[in-house]
Ligand binder design. Structure first.
Ligand code: CP3
Length: 348
């Protein structure tokens, strides 16, 4: 596998994705471009959520903020997984202190008839512009990660209409009208593939698929309603860029995921590093898996636990990360302790 445009000064992250030996693993944090940073709050006060996403100058600025402050080994583009349903003609609002709200959820064939497969360069051209602006700001110092939600996770919001503890309405649709669910999933998949290809064309160095709600499904249902679509995305992207598949709560699928052609698999904190290595057969780079709430511990404890985690995974074929996104109320010095712990790591 050879990918174009790899002329990045700090290429630790890309080397770990290839499985090369490293002195220390690379580190970044899911949701690192976000609300725990005071410099993000300044921009958030002035502009609403989708304005921030749609204005390349703002999106690129927010993307590089954590890199400037902490020097992670990779940047992740500031955007959201829900720009995909928006581009597919499904209204998505981001309500302050509530989260995503989709006033016309997809529950019937009639609803689905309004859903389009868009020209991504047209309706999501602003994302490509944000990538170009970010690449200029990063000046090839570190790689840039692009991302999308998994089709299942996107369906969860499209059908439920908002966040949920169990996404019961989304699962109800799958189990009462699987034909409708599968045609929505396929439309999302087709759009996502074109979207991620366009992102690679615009300059991202890696893509991550967030299956944040994959763990809501039983292992059998996961195959049917989630994994087969993630596999289509991996198949379509793997020859042009490394793909990271993150399935929260999906430890049961690590064996199959490790044979998918993905370059790395995300792991959450409910699966031990040792078990994740075992389940993935030692075949693939793993990414994770620090409990995000553990960042409330004092910095010295964080550092010790991060070093233990690296030792348990082994330093190679590892991208250090949290097991899910960073919480908004994490103290700045604790986030710093997490990043610094990895940079200070020495193999023993
Ligand atoms: O990682 C990064 O720093 C890049 C930015 C990013 C955002 N959303 C910005 C955002 C990424 C990678 C996402 C992905 C995303 N969005 C996921 C998958 C990752 C995960 O955490 O599971 C999901 C499920 C969403 C949907 C979404 N967007 C929710 C549930 C919410 C509201 C709840 C919340 O966490 O705030 C959002 C809003 C959102 N997306 C915010 C940010 C910084 C907060 C709102 C704001 O800034 O006004």
């Amino acid at each position: 596998m050879t990918f174009k445009n790899i002329m990045i000064k700090n290429d630790l992250f890309l080397r770990a994705l290839k499985g090369e030996q490293v002195d220390r693993p690379p580190v970044w944090m899911m949701r690192q471009a976000g609300r725990y940073l005071p410099e993000f709050q300044v921009i958030k006060k002035k502009y609403d959520f989708f304005t921030r996403c749609q204005t390349p100058e703002l999106a690129s600025e927010i993307t590089v903020q954590p890199i400037r402050r902490y020097g992670m080994d990779a940047a992740i583009l500031f955007s959201d997984i829900l720009v995909i349903p928006q581009a597919m003609n499904i209204e998505v609002q981001m309500k302050p202190d509530f989260g995503p709200y989709l006033p016309k959820p997809i529950r019937s064939q009639k609803d689905l008839d309004h859903v389009i497969i868009p020209d991504v360069n047209d309706s999501l051209g602003y994302v490509m512009e944000a990538i170009k602006a970010t690449k200029e700001k990063l000046n090839d110092e570190v790689p840039l990660i692009g991302f999308a939600g998994s089709p299942w996770t996107i369906l969860c919001y499209c059908v439920q209409g908002q966040g949920s503890k169990n996404f019961d309405k989304a699962k109800e649709l799958c189990f009462t009208n699987p034909v409708l669910a599968h045609s929505l999933l396929q439309k999302i998949t087709d759009t996502t593939i074109e979207y991620l290809k366009a992102k690679v064309g615009a300059g991202v160095n890696t893509v991550q698929v967030f299956d944040s709600w994959g763990g809501m499904l039983s292992p059998v249902d996961y195959q049917e309603f989630s994994w087969q679509y993630v596999q289509q995305i991996i198949d379509a992207l793997k020859d042009i860029t490394p793909v990271i598949a993150f399935g929260k709560g999906c430890w049961f699928a690590l064996d199959e995921m490790s044979k998918s052609g993905a370059s790395a698999l995300g792991v959450d904190w409910t699966c031990s590093p040792r078990n994740a290595r075992y389940l993935s057969g030692g075949r693939i780079t793993l990414q994770g898996n620090f409990d995000p709430t553990r960042l409330f511990s004092p910095p010295a404890v964080i550092k010790k636990m991060v070093h233990q985690m690296i030792n348990e995974f082994g330093k190679d074929r590892l991208v250090v990360n949290l097991g899910h996104g960073i919480l908004p109320n994490i103290p700045l010095e604790n986030a710093k302790a997490f990043i610094d712990a990895v940079k200070e790591y020495k193999a023993n």
